[in-house]
Design a protein around this ligand. Structure first.
Ligand code: ZN
Length: 232
């Protein structure tokens, strides 16, 4: 995220080699996997090339061991684990304003001093579709302290930006994003088909419990009223 280094790093002790041609979704969470949203220490971050790769980079940074602000805090807090998908928020020397970075995959962690944890994560530097690049966000308040996890509407908004906001607001199970329009091929089992009528008010996710919903501009959940369609 800052302080680019040029010496390639060998991470073969932490993870098997990552294919150069892996899909853009490689850094996204495995089905049912955790997504953590975290601030980081800008002054203790650096980005190194991976040995043998021109595409993947290794982000090394320190993140706070977050504590929930209230019992209502949803989403994982506290320790970050290898295998987690992490969305970092914060700035760097080129873009000091706080923004959300494209999801990365955590491959190694170590305990840091006094409430900090060192985290290494894989960053994809290939050309990802416009819809998947890092997002600036005006909804991230300036006063937000990185020792607090994003929760509630802000967490949902962050996940929604990258199509990862699929936790059911009714039963809590992991739902499925709904794909509209003519699919280019058979969709994966984690995608629901929503028909050809594309409308901004359409629900964007569905759950096996029967709920379907979309996320409003502020990250608020808008449950769909109609159950006329079989979304699941
Ligand atoms: Zn549900």
């Amino acid at each position: 995220m800052a302080h680019a280094r040029s010496t390639p790093v060998d991470v073969s002790g932490w993870i098997e080699s990552i294919p150069e041609a892996a899909p853009v979704s490689w850094c996204l969470p495995a089905y049912g996997g955790r997504v953590v949203v975290r601030g980081y220490d800008t002054y203790r971050s650096d980005l190194s090339p991976l040995s043998g790769s021109s595409r993947w980079m290794l982000d090394s940074t320190f993140v706070p061991l977050t504590v929930p602000m209230s019992e209502r805090a949803d989403g994982p807090h506290g320790t970050v684990f290898p295998g987690d998908c992490v969305i970092f928020f914060g700035g760097d020397s080129e873009r000091p304003e706080s923004h959300l970075w494209y999801p990365q995959r955590v491959i190694h962690t170590e305990a840091g001093r006094s409430g900090w944890q060192r985290v290494w994560a894989i960053r994809d530097t290939s050309e990802v579709p416009e819809s998947l690049t890092d997002r600036s966000s005006t909804a991230l308040p300036r006063w937000m302290r990185i020792s607090q996890p994003l929760h509630g509407d802000r967490r949902r908004m962050a996940l929604e930006l990258f199509g990862l906001n699929v936790d059911c607001p009714v039963c809590g199970a992991r739902g499925r994003p709904i794909m509209y329009g003519m699919p280019p091929g058979p969709p994966g089992p984690h995608i629901a088909i929503g028909g050809c009528l594309v409308d901004a008010d359409n629900p964007s996710c569905s759950c096996h419990c029967g709920a379907h919903w979309r996320i409003g501009h502020d990250g608020d959940v808008v449950l769909a009223q109609t159950t006329a369609r079989e979304w699941w």
